[in-house]
Design a protein around this ligand. Structure first.
Ligand code: ZN
Length: 47
């Protein structure tokens, strides 16, 4: 996939990438353990 028309700054993209959100319950209460991110609320493992 190409995003040739996407002119957003790398800084903005990088900042958004740091905010991890659970795709299951929408919680941002994400914990990092055993080299994985997981939701503290419902336990879903993010990749
Ligand atoms: Zn969750």
């Amino acid at each position: 996939m190409a995003y040739a028309s996407n002119q957003r700054s790398l800084e903005t993209v990088k900042r958004e990438d740091l905010v991890r959100m659970c795709s299951e319950c929408g919680s941002k209460d994400i914990e990092y353990a055993n080299e994985e991110f997981y939701c503290k609320k419902c336990g879903l493992v993010l990749d």
